[in-house]
Design a protein around this ligand. Structure first.
Ligand SMILES: Nc1ncnc2c1ncn2[C@@H]1O[C@H](COP(=O)(O)OP(=O)(O)OP(=O)(O)O)[C@@H](O)[C@H]1O
Length: 380
């Protein structure tokens, strides 16, 4: 557990980077510090491993004041990952990862074998171990940075904008990877970002910092989106927060409808009788996985001499909603489908049924009235 107790950092030039910070990071959780540039996130993070010392107040790691700990020893129990990974350019990937174990007195052999294990753990192929950092992509370098921070198996992991330098797709992959790792490792993670979407995606709790190093709100992501503490937080959390909040509501109890289906390779005569000429027909593959839609005005349907139904006759489908996922995915599936019917699949991607936007919104409405919130029908 990490505790900030009225921790304040005033730099010699008078800048107050962090003001009277009171915050507890529970052990085994991911806590995200988020906020605009210059509001004290990095300074707060660095107070944990004593790279910055508080001018007043206290920072405790597992109940021990960091100022009473030997800095080198303290840092051995705290992994640190930064933007651009901060790898040593003249050391191979394996030697980079083995750095801390070697400093802790491990034999070279043991440290390298641990490094090879970690390479695999962060999803990198073993042969990358002999490369130099410049021979890796940005995303691969960040993974090596994470592996290096985990090498000595520290209970605490500090991550300062670790994924900011990579493109959004790679970034999402790295976020997923971190969540998967955390499932197995159970570290106490403090993660700094200025990206609110990243914060609500990976944080179990999110601390929003405001100008002058003030902590504006510290709650779970769903609550942050539903009830921002003040105008600053509401503004920072940004647009679409109502819609984004649907990510945290499970779409259980969603009643699925049915639609006429056919398969790629079907002939016109094989189109099921229940598919009337005005209906969209969902096209599946042999394993009942959705491939696309057959539009009511599809030339294939009107052409008496048409051959077997081919992928090229189909209209691309929208996003798929996996049964048991969140309401946001369900609504997106319904809104993005060309037919107006969102396709729901099971965990293996097989067709289960369809949903309309209004069914999803009905469920949102029911959930809201259960919670005692205002319903759309209630007017004042
Ligand atoms: N060594 C220093 N001396 C003086 N002021 C500093 C020093 N380090 C940071 N600051 C100031 O302290 C404030 C907080 O900086 P910090 O780096 O903690 O912010 P941040 O929220 O992490 O910002 P960013 O998102 O841009 O990294 C800023 O105003 C910064 O200019």
């Amino acid at each position: 557990m990490i505790e900030f107790q009225s921790a304040t950092k005033r730099f010699p030039d008078g800048t107050v980077a962090v003001r009277e910070l009171d915050l507890t990071v529970e052990a085994g959780t991911i806590t995200v510090f988020v906020g605009p540039s210059g509001c004290g996130k990095t300074t707060s993070l660095r107070m944990v491993n004593r790279m910055v010392e508080p001018t007043s107040g206290t920072v405790l790691v597992d109940g021990v004041d960091v100022l009473s700990s030997d800095p080198a020893r303290l840092r051995r129990g705290i992994g640190y990952v930064i933007q651009h990974a901060g790898l040593f350019p003249h050391r191979t990937v394996l030697d980079n990862i083995a750095t801390v174990p070697l400093l802790s007195g491990w034999t070279r052999r043991k440290a390298r074998s641990r490094a090879a294990e970690l390479l695999e753990l962060v999803g990198l192929a073993g042969e990358l171990g002999s490369r130099y950092p410049a021979q890796l992509s940005g995303g691969q370098q960040q993974r090596v940075g994470v592996a290096r921070a985990l090498a000595a198996d520290p209970p605490v992991l500090l991550m300062d904008e670790p994924f900011s330098a990579v493109d959004p797709v790679v970034r999402e992959g790295l976020q997923d990877e971190l969540l998967r790792l955390q499932n197995d490792l159970d570290k106490t993670v403090v993660f700094v970002t200025h990206d609110i979407d990243e914060a609500v995606r990976i944080g179990e709790r999110v601390a929003v910092f405001a100008e002058g190093g003030r902590l504006a709100q510290y709650v779970a992501p769903a609550e942050l989106l539903a009830s921002p503490a003040d105008d600053f937080v509401a503004d920072f959390v940004g647009r679409d927060r109502g819609y984004r909040g649907l990510s945290f509501l499970p779409a259980s109890d969603l009643a699925l409808g049915e639609v006429a289906t056919t398969e790629v390779g079907a002939t016109r005569g094989g189109l099921s009788a229940e598919a009337s000429a005005e209906d969209w027909v969902l096209v599946l593959d042999g394993d009942r996985r959705p491939r696309g839609w057959l539009a009511p005005d599809s030339p294939w349907r009107r052409d008496r001499d048409a051959g077997e139904l081919a992928e090229s006759d189909l209209v691309a489908g929208g996003s798929l909603h996996t049964d048991g996922g969140a309401l946001r995915g369900a609504l997106d599936a319904a809104l993005s489908a060309p037919s107006g019917l969102g396709v729901v699949v099971d965990d293996s991607g097989r067709y289960r049924g369809v949903i309309t936007p209004s069914r999803v919104l009905d469920l949102v409405e029911r959930r809201r009235s259960k919670r005692g919130g205002p319903s759309a029908g209630a007017t004042t």
